[in-house]
Design a protein around this ligand. Structure first.
Ligand SMILES: Cc1cc2nc3c(=O)[nH]c(=O)nc-3n(C[C@H](O)[C@H](O)[C@H](O)COP(=O)(O)O)c2cc1C
Length: 398
């Protein structure tokens, strides 16, 4: 059974946190409660300390009252943090990493699973700021318990009601359950390499890293120990995932090869330059020097072929092929055979609205064996789930 830190923020649904606490306790969990200043306007510290039999965290500073805890006690103790109800304000604080109170401080000092159960007026929920904050939290691996619809305390009707307490507790238990990839070491490359032409210019590609990010997030959600080799990715990074920057093909090659002995599954989602300038010019190339310019390019090392040749038994290798046009799928099938990877994910980058840079994708997962699975067009998160389904089935648990 787990230690749950229940962070209650200042919404009208704060009283429902009492039910949530009771259900968690009945399921055998230890529950410690944090109250925001606004939450204390709706529910009292006395109720929660009596029902939990533990100190209730309300402030960081001893001169605000008698403190029977240290400001990091709750983060140290927690196996999981549940924010319930989560106000729009609390989610904005979380999205921006603000640590102005005991809840924000606990969340920043905690790197385990976090579940958020929002509750608010439908217009507050639909505001672009709230929508963006929710997306940021989700991208970081925070589990959001969807709100329900109906008549709200303020008289408005629509989505925004706190989810059913039983569903919230189920989400906590699901987040605590060891995933199917528990302990599996997954290495994901993401983004696009940039090959220096001179001190300020580079040859690059349009990969944003979103697909690799979604794969890393999904693998982590299922319990994997995930390392991401990030090639020039400007996306928020998720707690609980290790990130290593690998801006060039040479960096990616070095980091991948060095990490292969400690990797169970390699997912090469990064778009790696096939060619790079043979020699990067020191300083900045001066355009007055000549009207035309020739760049001499050399081939970069083929990382996938190299690691496939050196693979140890049981290692699972997943490659990507961003192909353009009609024959792309056939080329991807051939690429899989040539590279000797278990699974190759084909995406057609000629289709507008999917692939590079966008939030959506459509992929054909080729392998294992003769299997082919087509997914989408759908979100990159859904594509990632389908890809992880396939490689999770290939992992041999020792
Ligand atoms: C009567 C009342 C009800 C409120 N209900 C909610 C709510 O359900 N959801 C919400 O996001 N904010 C609600 N608010 C606004 C929050 O209390 C306010 O944004 C506060 O700053 C939240 O602080 P906290 O997130 O630190 O608890 C309500 C305010 C009042 C006065």
């Amino acid at each position: 059974m787990a230690e749950v830190v229940l962070a209650v923020t200042g919404g009208i649904a704060a009283y429902k946190a009492i039910d949530v606490m009771r259900i968690l306790q009945r399921r055998g969990h230890g529950v410690s409660v944090l109250l925001s200043r606004s939450a204390e306007r709706f529910v009292t510290r006395g109720t929660f300390s009596a029902l939990s039999g533990r100190p209730v965290g309300t402030t960081l500073f001893p001169d605000d009252g008698q403190l029977d805890y240290d400001h990091l006690d709750f983060a140290r103790r927690a196996d999981i943090v549940l924010v319930c109800p989560a106000t729009a304000h609390a989610m904005a604080e979380m999205a921006h990493g603000l640590a102005g109170g005991v809840i924000g401080t606990t969340l920043l000092a905690f790197d385990g699973p976090v579940v958020v159960a929002p509750a608010m007026n439908p217009r507050m929920l639909a505001h672009p700021a709230t929508v963006a904050n929710l997306a940021t939290l989700e991208a970081r691996g925070v589990r959001i318990v969807p709100v329900s619809e109906g008549l709200l305390a303020d008289g408005d009707v629509g989505p925004g009601r706190l989810a059913d307490p039983v569903d919230i507790c189920d989400a906590v238990d699901a987040a605590l359950a060891p995933g199917e990839l528990a302990g599996v070491r997954v290495l994901v490359s993401a983004g696009g390499t940039q090959e220096p032409v001179d001190a300020v210019r580079f040859l690059g590609n349009r990969s944003s890293g979103k697909m690799g990010w979604a794969l890393a997030s999904e693998a982590r959600r299922r319990g994997a120990v995930v390392t991401v080799l990030a090639s020039n990715v400007a996306l928020p990074r998720e707690a609980g995932i290790a990130y290593v920057d690998a801006p060039t093909a040479a960096d990616l090659h070095r980091e991948t090869v060095a990490r292969m002995p400690g990797t169970d599954v390699l997912v090469m989602a990064a778009a790696v330059a096939d060619y790079r300038p043979a020699a990067a010019v020191q300083g900045k190339i001066d355009k007055s020097a000549s009207d035309a310019m020739r760049l001499e390019l050399e081939k970069t090392p083929d990382i996938l072929t190299e690691v496939t040749a050196a693979r140890r038994p049981g290692q699972v290798l997943v490659g990507f092929a961003a192909e353009h046009g009609e024959d792309g799928l056939q080329r991807a099938r051939e690429k899989r055979a040539r590279k000797g990877v278990d699974v190759l994910v084909h995406n057609d980058v000629s289709v507008p609205g999917i692939g590079f840079g966008s939030d959506d994708n459509a992929v054909t997962i080729i392998g294992p064996g003769d299997a082919e699975t087509t997914v989408g067009p759908t979100s990159k998160a859904a594509c990632a789930a389908a890809i992880v389904d396939v490689f999770a089935g290939l992992v041999t648990h020792t």
